[in-house]
Design a protein around this ligand. Structure first.
Ligand SMILES: O=C(O)CCC(=O)C(=O)O
Ligand SMILES: [Mn+2]
Length: 212
């Protein structure tokens, strides 16, 4: 299969800006999306999706797993990058399909060390936050949306800054880099059942990050 089918001489163009975040609408074809879901399913077989708890002990609505050197973990002690799944196993390798999206989007950045996989079931959402636990903010965070539509909100560098929103759809790729790297963002809600990509519905979001 001709995954991504990109012409090397022409970099993909941002189609929409939300705040300072570039969203490449429809970047992934249906067949690309299906291939990615298959690859992510294999990751989840080796590293099953699990729940995170907030500091106060509440389960977060988004469930996660990861591939790469680091995954994400949070509990009563706070949140952090970790090199092992809660089972004690190291994380699976980042699938080649996902690496090729990074290569298309992240320019000359080093390879991502974390491929965080978020699963949004019915009613799941993610509060406004910054991605700021990485060592070098020169490198972008690349975010891939698969499955149900999600209302993505982007603000500025301060929590109180004005925000704007966009519906992210299956196949969209967002890049939070440059001036947008430390901007607050979150997912207010998903439109459960709006896509048929995932058999049981819901949304997968994959973010690629250089951690160290
Ligand atoms: O689900 C999304 O589109 C955003 C995910 C996100 O911001 C994160 O995992 O840090
Ligand atoms: Mn984030």
């Amino acid at each position: 299969m001709d995954f991504l089918n990109l012409n090397d001489s022409c970099a993909p163009q941002p189609t929409v800006k939300v705040g300072e975040v570039s969203v490449y609408k429809g970047f992934l074809s249906k067949s690309d999306q299906l291939l990615l879901v298959g690859d992510l399913r294999q990751v989840a077989e080796q590293a099953p999706i699990f729940s995170l708890k907030t500091k106060s002990g509440k389960a977060m609505s988004v469930r996660v797993t990861a591939a790469g050197e680091f995954g994400w973990f949070s509990n009563h002690q706070g949140y952090r990058y970790v090199s092992e799944h809660p089972s004690g196993a190291t994380w699976p390798e980042i699938p080649a399909s996902i690496m090729s999206i990074w290569q298309a989007m992240a320019g000359h950045a080093p390879s991502p060390e974390c491929c965080l996989i978020n699963y949004y079931g019915e009613g799941a959402k993610m509060g406004l936050h910054q991605d700021r636990d990485e060592a070098n903010f020169n490198w972008p965070v690349v975010s891939i949306s698969l499955g149900d539509d999600a209302l993505f909100r982007v603000g500025g560098r301060e929590r109180s800054d004005k925000t704007s929103s966009i519906w992210l759809q299956s196949g969209d790729v967002a890049v939070m880099g440059g001036g947008a790297r430390l901007n607050y963002h979150g997912v207010d809600r998903i439109k459960f059942g709006s896509s048929r990509l995932l058999k049981s519905g819901g949304r997968l979001n994959v973010t690629l990050r250089v951690v160290t």
